[in-house]
Design a protein around this ligand. Structure first.
Ligand code: AKB
Length: 334
């Protein structure tokens, strides 16, 4: 008798929740391919489209849909969104801090004009839009230890200026027109299989490759330069959990997310626990050192913890073990 009442067909069916249809711009950078893999596991291969202006390597093509998309080409982007019935847009196209300083005009175009195209299309097509921001959105007059979500932001790089502009534009369009804009400020992201392209925090990836291949690394920052960092798997998980969070839980639209904070010297010491012969020399480069000195040394992410349950899994010890293991594994399989 009971089983009759518990059987599914006695309930009226709940409305079926459709999977999101996701487009990732700048998908061949450090973050896109890994994020697409995780999203495809949850939502299906065909529902996650990677895009970039570069030719994808064969493994990316066999993983799932890949299309050409230039964020500066509004019509091309619109066609992709409409034809593929996109509902979530993850906007990873951007020039990072160091390459941005080397080519300010291009950084302005991609990071600001490209973002305007994406914001307009997100509004027009009622998309949930994710745009990453960064520790680089802060500057020398910001509180640095820790940097809270809301404080003075006067960055001194075109990258930082474009990211603050993105945060403000997205929040403005959210408040004025209801755009479902979501933005996380990422720390430096550390990954074994994909390389960052032209950032200030890149040493924290290169150091592992050098430790495994040559046993020595020349660092372009001073040994005491402390910066917030995060393992890529925490970064991906934060992005997905934040995208899935119900709107009513979000008291902000731009959140800091934190995991660990270390100096090159501390990182080298941690690597030496596993590779005692490893040697690091320091040859600070004035452009990168000046940028790093203007950024926060720690992030306050208490709002992300409270509102949508953010919690990292990797500290420096776990991250170093994972990086050394993954890089060794990759080298033996090449
Ligand atoms: C960079 O160093 O430019 C980036 C960042 C922290 O946003 N990795």
């Amino acid at each position: 008798q009971l089983s009759k009442w518990n059987s599914v067909d006695t309930y009226s069916p709940l409305p079926r929740r459709e999977n999101p249809r996701i487009l990732i711009t700048g998908g061949l950078g450090q973050l896109g391919v890994g994020l697409a893999q995780l999203l495809r596991k949850q939502y299906g291969k065909e529902n996650v489209i990677l895009s970039d202006i570069k030719k994808p390597p064969p493994h990316v093509v066999s993983d799932g849909p890949f299309v050409y998309a230039d964020v500066l080409d509004y019509k091309n982007l619109r066609e992709l969104i409409v034809n593929n019935r996109i509902t979530w847009l993850i906007h990873y196209s951007a020039l990072l801090s160091v390459v941005g300083e080397a080519n300010v005009a291009l950084a302005r175009k991609i990071n600001i004009s490209g973002l305007h195209n994406v914001l307009d299309l997100a509004l027009e097509n009622c998309l949930r839009l994710f745009v990453p921001s960064t520790i680089g959105a802060f500057g020398p007059s910001s509180p640095r230890d820790p940097a809270p979500d809301l404080c003075i932001q006067r960055p001194r790089t075109i990258y930082g200026v474009s990211k603050v502009h993105g945060e403000l534009m997205g929040e403005y369009l959210h408040h004025k027109y209801g755009l479902d804009f979501r933005c996380l400020r990422y720390p430096g992201v550390i990954s074994a299989t994909t390389n960052p392209g032209g950032g200030t925090t890149d040493y924290a990836v290169q150091i592992f490759h050098d430790a495994v291949s040559t046993g020595s690394h020349e660092c372009y920052l001073r040994p005491d330069t402390r910066l917030p960092m995060m393992h890529i798997s925490d970064c991906h998980r934060a992005t997905i959990e934040f995208m899935q969070a119900p709107q009513c839980q979000l008291s902000l639209r731009t959140y800091n997310i934190a995991a660990m904070s270390f100096t090159p010297e501390e990182l080298a010491q941690e690597i030496c626990k596993h590779l005692p012969q490893f040697k690091v020399t320091y040859n600070p480069d004035s452009v990168r050192q000046t940028i790093a000195d203007s950024w926060p040394v720690r992030f306050d992410d208490t709002n992300a913890q409270r509102d949508w349950g953010w919690a990292p899994t990797f500290g420096i010890e776990e991250m170093v073990i994972n990086m050394l293991h993954s890089i060794r594994h990759k080298r033996t399989n090449e």
